[in-house]
Design a binder for this molecule. Structure first.
Ligand code: NAP
Length: 219
């Protein structure tokens, strides 16, 4: 007879939630997720494209279904990666705290959540809905481009949330020199985007005629 002992909190599965607008997804995002998975020993990384980003309500963002499909195409050949429609299908603006609550419930509250996103996004964390609860519920992995300075987080967040560096890990990802803005601009200018995003995403962008003519979108 085997005796099943309850798992201690430190033994709970660690999952990564990769949050972003992904307009479009690119190699920098994929390298970030894979690096985070390996470095933090995550069981899997769930990509969660933002539906209606709460901070971009006034701004123009590509249709969520296009962003979802591009993200799907990009993650499909990595067995550790998956994608969730939780924010895409919500009729409400996307708030990370709601997404984290959703996944905690899915895992019956026996999970350690690592929220992976861009370091610049984290700089504004004190303006996010229920940020204290969020910082209590998960560890943040902030992906930065080369040369990003910790000073920004120190100046902007630490004075108001002194334990911020216990909750946020900065991860330097040289491939994040690529940005969604850069890709959109190149498409509009008729320049190649080969190798900046997976080939399937590149094909999808051309087939769906995305990013052809509009004015520069928000970051
Ligand atoms: P953003 O402000 O468009 O991006 C800021 C920077 O972070 C950009 O350089 C961006 O590069 C990079 N970035 C974004 N997502 C990334 C990722 N997953 N991995 C690596 N770099 C990433 O950020 P956003 O995409 O709108 O928002 C990021 C996440 O924060 C989303 O999940 C969003 O829902 C969440 N968020 C929540 C709240 C809230 O709850 N109130 C408020 C703001 C943001 P690219 O442009 O190349 O991606």
């Amino acid at each position: 007879m085997s005796l099943l002992l309850p798992r201690l909190e430190s033994q709970w599965p660690r999952i990564g939630i990769m949050g972003g607008t992904f307009d479009p997804i690119h190699i920098g995002h994929l390298v970030t997720a894979e690096e985070a998975r390996e470095h933090f020993n995550l069981e899997s990384v769930i990509f969660v494209p933002a539906g209606l980003p709460s901070h971009k309500i006034e701004k123009k963002v590509t249709d969520p279904e296009h962003r979802y499909l591009m993200t799907f195409l990009a993650v499909t050949n990595n067995p550790y990666f998956s994608i969730s429609r939780v924010e895409i299908d919500s009729l409400e603006p996307s708030y990370t705290v709601n997404t984290v609550r959703f996944f905690q419930k899915i895992y019956d509250y026996k999970v350690s959540i690592y929220f992976i996103t861009g370091a610049d996004a984290i700089l504004d964390i004190l303006t996010w809905k229920d940020y204290e609860e969020l910082l209590e519920k998960c560890i943040f992995i902030a992906a930065s481009r080369s040369g990003y300075s910790l000073e920004k987080l120190k100046d902007k967040v630490e004075p108001f949330y002194p334990s911020i560096f216990q909750k946020v890990h900065l991860m330097e990802i040289p491939a994040m020199a690529i940005s969604s803005t850069f890709i959109r601009r190149r498409v509009r200018e008729g320049k190649t985007i080969k190798y900046l995003t997976p080939e399937a995403v590149e094909q999808y962008i051309y087939k769906s005629e995305l990013y052809q003519e509009e004015a520069e979108k928000s970051q």
